[in-house]
Design a protein around this ligand. Structure first.
Ligand SMILES: [Zn+2]
Ligand SMILES: [Zn+2]
Length: 387
């Protein structure tokens, strides 16, 4: 069931809405009941299921309502693997809200190296080690560029180098191995498998965005397929990568240039250039959805306001009538053979971190203080800890 009436869309979460922004939150017949909102910790991932959560739905200018680009994929395999596609600014605040263990977040797939897709790598490598990601390096996969300095390897190694003070200051209390990063750089221009483990296959394909060296990803698990465009103009490699059917296609979508300019204060010229050189309009997204015909489609990387959303759907509905969700931060998709569901997460803003199972034993070591501290430090006798 679809409707082209955009007035029936739920409000965005930041304006008080509690549901996913769509008129078709369910495709198919779920085999089990799902609560109306997704409440982290209340709902175990089932065997054979994929749960896809948008951690960052927004733009480079991160707001309290929208973190920058990031999509989390939880896999219902025996290992309950977690993959993260991009790490935009603020996205890990939303990860923390999901009550998922820090220790499991160690597989990162970059679509490209724009700052709004990569900034929280520092948070993951440096700061998540301080809250429990304690037993192994962060593994990063990402595309090559047209020269080595434009590739993922150079980026990750440079971030690692820039973290020298953090790493030196944290080793001892924290297992130094967990402060490392490993990199697998693959050829950006080739559609091919870049990761295969525990029943999960990740395929990368080139996309059209700003420079050569941006990709999207297809994730296959247990007969289910999720495709994420990354940042892109409409392009054929994505459509071809969707062959065989897709359960969930999350495609980027910018508002029409005039709307973007009016909503953000960008000049119409800048907004038009951004859209033409790097991004997809609602008509473009609808056209791609029409070519792919996914069971469920999601729009992503969209500046959201209550005024913009109906305009996006009105433009998109002129070319596509299938199920579409305008994703926002903490839009959650449950993907199974029986159904694809879109809901909004209901989360707490201030949760203690969950470290999770530590797979390597490590005994913290008190670091040797710099000699000059002895004279400069004010002696304090703290009360003994109470049992
Ligand atoms: Zn980008
Ligand atoms: Zn972007």
């Amino acid at each position: 069931m679809t409707t082209s009436d955009p007035t029936s869309l739920p409000e965005p979460a930041f304006a008080g809405g509690t549901r996913a922004i769509t008129t078709t939150p369910v495709v198919g017949m779920p085999r089990r009941p799902y609560a109306e909102a997704f409440v982290p910790g209340d709902e175990a991932l089932e065997d054979g299921e994929m749960r896809v959560t948008v951690l960052g739905s927004g733009n480079p200018w991160v707001t309290r309502a929208q973190a920058s680009g990031s999509v989390l994929v939880e896999i219902g395999n025996a290992e309950r693997d977690i993959l993260i596609l991009d790490l935009g600014s603020g996205s890990l605040a939303n990860y923390a809200a999901l009550k998922l263990p820090a220790n499991k977040l160690d597989k990162v797939f970059f679509t490209h190296l724009h700052a709004d897709h990569t900034a929280d790598l520092i948070t993951l490598s440096g700061s998540y080690a301080k809250i429990g990601r304690a037993d192994r390096p962060v593994a990063v996969w990402g595309p090559s560029g047209t020269e080595p300095r434009l590739g993922t390897r150079h980026f990750v190694e440079s971030v690692q180098e820039a973290l020298a003070w953090d790493t030196a200051g944290s080793s001892g209390p924290i297992n130094p191995d967990s402060l490392e990063m490993s990199v697998t750089e693959f050829e950006f221009s080739r559609t091919g498998v870049v990761y295969e483990a525990n029943g999960v296959t990740v395929t990368s394909f080139p996309v059209i965005h700003a420079l050569s060296g941006a990709v999207g990803y297809r994730i296959d698990f247990a007969g289910l397929t999720v495709v994420h465009s990354g940042d892109t103009c409409p392009g054929w490699p994505l459509v071809r990568a969707c062959e065989g059917g897709v359960d969930l296609l999350i495609h980027e979508c910018f508002p029409p240039a005039a709307v973007l300019a009016a909503a953000t204060g960008l000049s119409i010229e800048r907004a038009t250039i951004a859209l033409n050189a790097a991004h997809t309009s609602p008509t473009g997204a609808g056209t791609v959805f029409g070519l792919v015909r996914p069971r469920m489609a999601g729009l992503w990387h969209t500046f959201l306001s209550p005024q913009v959303i109906p305009m996006i759907f009105a433009e998109l509905r002129a070319v596509y009538d299938g199920p579409v969700v305008q994703t926002q931060d903490l839009t959650v998709f449950n993907v199974t053979k029986d159904a694809v569901l879109a809901r909004q997460g209901r989360v707490a803003d201030q949760l203690p971190p969950i470290a999770g199972e530590q797979r390597v034993a490590y005994t913290p070591v008190q670091p040797e203080p710099p000699a000059w501290w002895a004279e400069q430090r004010i002696p304090i006798t703290d009360p003994a800890p109470r049992a």
